[in-house]
Design a protein around this ligand. Structure first.
Ligand SMILES: Cc1cc2nc3c(=O)[nH]c(=O)nc-3n(C[C@H](O)[C@H](O)[C@H](O)COP(=O)(O)OP(=O)(O)OC[C@H]3O[C@@H](n4cnc5c(N)ncnc54)[C@H](O)[C@@H]3O)c2cc1C
Length: 397
């Protein structure tokens, strides 16, 4: 008799937010969990926003790569980095996902479970209220709305950039990504161009800065991109798309992850602070999250929260080391010393570099990064371990 009074929720799971983490969770559930009645609610007109997400072959397991593969826009067999004093070629694969392809695939495959332009006003553990006034119930609701304004942003540096997808008049001659072209004048921190060749005449060109500030002079950077195209002898036919990014590179632990225990509603993605602390990239973490949650037999708030707490706990010591590196980079190093840190890093073994991007440095890797002639003053490095610094304040030389 009692069970007859219990109304079944509209869905087993509602995911609020169709960015990287929400979209990948939807993809995983769509591929492997036909038993789960899920719904993805997206505030914007498209899933994924306006990004190009890239990752190294070694960032993902073979299993992750297999289910993420349909979303991949382009795969390259190797990549290069160019510093003034040394150039290096890597043979491992590199992949990129254009958010337009991410959107197309997800809507094409699971369109009946996705509602775009649907802004959620309030989230509860078993219900969401939309701005339209409609309410939807679910066994579990997951918040994948990205970094919120109210999320306390710990002091951080920034990886900021403007990228253009361009069509050129003639072939550019690049056959693989140039992940860092640092043979350019340095300003506003550590600066490099990032180049992804989509085809013989199309490429993504990004002017990127590891900086103490989040301000971007967009007009100035657009001019720099035009100049760079010109300096490389490339004639611009058309700018097809522009993307702008400013990713926080934190120097202290994320408050989002700390508050997970007390949260009523499980969060994933940037809302949970799950991104590589030093690169700001979150794709490998979003994959792992999708696999862990998608593997739960019961998708209930408590089981989801416990699984997420375990995931965060597993990253804790790795993140602590990356936060330490960030402090070195933004608190201890001057702008020009930041260049030397990266140049030195790209002389290390390929295996260590892969582990770094994957967020899985071994104790030996961690020690190796710090060995040798330090690129920053030891006194400042030691001080940076406990001294909080206003990042806009110049470190005295
Ligand atoms: C230009 C750029 C390039 C990047 N390149 C890379 C890269 O190469 N590799 C990498 O790993 N990372 C990259 N990143 C970082 C990566 O994009 C973010 O870490 C990632 O998008 C975070 O995912 P998320 O799901 O937490 O949030 P988001 O992707 O920001 O998604 C948030 C979602 O929530 C939705 N939403 C928000 N509020 C509401 C609401 N009230 N109701 C309904 N929906 C709502 C939005 O519509 C959106 O769909 C890049 C970032 C930028 C800006």
């Amino acid at each position: 008799m009692w069970s007859a009074c219990v109304t079944k929720p509209d869905y087993d799971l509602i995911i609020v937010g169709g960015g990287l983490s929400g979209g990948l969770l939807a993809r995983y559930l769509g591929a492997f969990r036909s038993d789960v009645r899920w719904l993805l609610l997206v505030g914007d007109a498209t899933l994924g926003g306006n990004h190009t997400w890239s990752f190294h072959e070694s960032d993902l397991s073979l299993q992750s790569l297999s289910w993420i593969r349909p979303l991949i826009t382009k795969e390259w067999f190797g990549y290069d980095v160019h510093f003034l004093k040394h150039r290096r070629s890597f043979q491992s694969r590199y992949y990129s996902i254009a958010s337009s392809d991410f959107h197309r695939f997800l809507v094409h495959s699971y369109g009946d479970r996705i509602r775009t332009e649907t802004r959620v006003q309030k989230i509860f553990s078993n219900k969401v209220e939309l701005f339209s006034g409609e309410s939807l119930t679910a066994g579990c609701v997951i918040d994948a709305r990205g970094l919120s304004d109210s999320q306390v942003l710990v002091r951080s540096g920034y990886q900021k950039f403007i990228g253009w997808d361009v069509e050129l008049e003639d072939p550019h001659g690049l056959s693989r990504p140039l992940l860092m072209d640092v043979t350019i004048p340095q300003k506003d921190g550590f600066r490099f161009f990032y180049l992804l060749p989509w085809s013989d005449t199309r490429l993504l060109i990004e002017d990127t800065y590891y900086s103490r500030t989040d301000s971007l002079d967009k007009e100035e950077i657009r001019k720099e991109i035009r100049n760079s195209l010109c300096a490389r002898g490339w004639k611009l036919k058309k700018v097809e798309r522009e993307e702008v990014g400013c990713l926080p590179i934190p120097c202290e632990p994320s408050t989002a992850a700390i508050s997970l225990e007390d949260a009523d509603i499980p969060k994933i993605g940037m809302a949970l602070g799950l991104a590589h602390p030093t690169t700001g990239y979150s794709l490998p973490y979003a994959c792992r999250t999708a696999e862990v949650l998608g593997g739960l037999i019961l998708l209930q708030p408590r089981s989801v929260k416990l699984a997420l707490m375990k995931l965060v706990e597993e990253e804790k010591s790795a993140f602590a080391y990356f936060l330490f590196l960030n402090r070195m980079m933004f608190w201890a190093a001057t702008d020009s010393e930041r260049y030397r840190i990266f140049e030195r890093f790209y002389r290390l073994s390929e295996n260590l570099i892969q582990n770094f991007y994957r967020g899985r440095l071994t104790p030996w890797n961690q020690a190796r990064i710090l060995m040798g002639k330090p690129p920053v003053s030891v006194k400042r490095a030691v001080k940076s371990l406990w001294q909080n610094r206003d990042l806009n304040e110049r470190v005295p030389l």
